[in-house]
Write a protein that binds this ligand. Structure first.
Ligand code: EPU
Length: 420
């Protein structure tokens, strides 16, 4: 199979407006929730990215009919043919783990492949397993497959030992089909979870506590299908706001979802970069006395781990020493070596801390996209670098950014995808 590369000739001045797509991390669990009830679903604002294609493949494997028309997806559930998601393609994403909870509640007999996704270090699923076991599932967490069986799932009271996004979503979906009151404490409160709660509510589940860390779910065996529009992708929005902050770019970004990037806007303001919401767009209106900064990633509403790599590229352009502490994953600095190949001065202190010395002029080089957000940070670097940047493993970018190459070309970037 041919490999995909992104080739960028940097230093073009970027001008124009960018529209933000639907949130991948919202669409994934919401598509998974369609296994819970028979009927016809119309989902809109679905980003056409590879992780979503794989999730759609996974539900097809379960017997659902899927029709795609641009960003609209129609799903028809006439009853599941089986409860197994085992095809090789699914191993690349978190799709299988998001199906485990709803499937075990629905069918009581599930086999899914172990989830993949970005190589960010340990990506534990112990809390998913623990909560589903308490609900009555017998789970074999094997090296290749997770097998879960249950005669009857029961309501529980469970406190997540620490915040988990897909863990909260998974158990929420499982609880939706259980007669009785499930209480989940220390839930993650990312906006994507709120979006999934809205979807499940339309499907007939009574959920109290949206946007708080305690959720009370009164589930029932028979739910109905529903239509839903996915929220905008705050990480894509943040990525383009960071790009708009670089060089003398003049980029306006549509502001839907801007409430969800408050932590980024606050940090940019601390650095001396101010955006204003003007007629539904975020526009940079002031940039002066740029200052280095220390940032820590945190669960929502803190600064997201999914924007950490992209802001590192911006920090290479600020005079002085900045620091990033990553608190969520233990291998999320793989991009640092790649940015250093382009002339950045990033020092890895340990698995959780880096120091960035700026300002450094970046030069194009051959670099590797190690994971989704890392690859986005390298694209940003390529756009401001002198000369040609070639990013291999470009697949990583296409997993989660809808048409990034096209969106960047529209505002004047010299960027293309080649296959060889
Ligand atoms: N964790 C456990 N036990 C568990 C579950 C999680 O120890 O049972 C730990 C993980 O090892 C990790 C931390 O808790 O250290 C957070 O993991 P979480 O479960 O919240 O991550 P996730 O649900 O696998 C989602 C997003 C990620 C995003 C993280 C954190 C999806 C499909 N993925 O992953 O998105 O980085 O939350 O916000 O929603 C991306 O889009 O690039 C991406 C990686």
């Amino acid at each position: 199979m041919s490999e995909e590369y992104i080739v960028i000739h940097g230093k073009n001045r970027l001008r124009g407006s960018i529209n933000i797509s639907g949130a991948k991390n919202s669409a994934l669990p919401i598509i998974a929730s369609t296994v819970l009830a028979e009927g016809r679903y119309e989902l809109s604002n679905i980003p056409m990215v590879r992780d979503i294609e794989i999730m759609l493949e996974a539900i097809r494997e379960l017997g659902l009919e899927v029709k795609r028309n641009a960003n609209k997806v129609e799903i028809i559930n006439r009853g599941l043919k089986k409860g197994h998601v085992v095809s090789d393609i699914v191993k690349k994403t978190r799709a299988s783990i998001l199906l485990l909870g709803p499937l075990v509640s629905k069918t009581g007999d599930v086999r899914v492949v172990q989830p993949g996704g970005c190589p960010l270090g340990r990506r534990d699923i112990g809390f998913h397993i623990e909560a589903l076991s308490k609900m009555g599932a017998e789970i074999e967490n094997g090296s290749e497959y997770i097998v879960a069986k249950a005669n009857r799932m029961k309501e529980i009271e469970y406190e997540f030992p620490s915040k988990t996004v897909t863990g909260t979503e998974n158990i929420l979906m499982a609880a939706s089909l259980i007669n009785g009151k499930t209480v989940l404490k220390n839930c993650a409160i990312e906006p994507e979870i709120g979006d999934m709660i809205d979807m499940l509510t339309k499907m007939g589940v009574d959920i109290k506590g949206k946007d708080s860390d305690t959720l009370i779910i009164n589930g029932k065996r028979e739910l109905n299908s529903a239509n839903h529009k996915i929220i905008h992708d705050r990480i894509e929005l943040g990525t383009y706001l960071i790009l708009a902050s670089m060089d003398d770019n003049e980029i306006v970004v549509n502001a839907e979802g801007s409430d969800y990037v408050r932590s980024l806007l606050d940090i940019l303001e601390d650095m001396g970069i101010y955006f204003v919401n003007y007629k539904g767009n975020l526009v940079l209106y002031q940039k002066e006395n740029l200052k280095p900064i220390n940032i820590e990633t945190q669960p929502y509403p803190g600064f997201p781990t999914d924007l950490q790599a992209q802001i590192a590229t911006l920090l290479t352009q600020i005079d002085g020493e900045s620091g990033i502490r990553e608190n969520i994953f233990d291998n999320r600095f793989a991009y640092a070596d790649e940015l250093n190949k382009m002339g950045a001065k990033i020092e890895k202190i340990d698995d959780y801390n880096i120091k960035i010395k700026g300002k450094t002029e970046l030069k194009g080089n051959k670099i590797i996209g190690t994971d989704l957000r890392a690859t986005a940070s390298l694209v940003l670097a390529g756009l401001i670098a002198e000369g040609e940047t070639i990013i291999s493993n470009a697949y990583q970018l296409f997993r989660g950014y809808e048409n990034m190459v096209g969106k960047l070309r529209n505002i004047g970037a010299d960027i293309e995808v080649i296959r060889r």
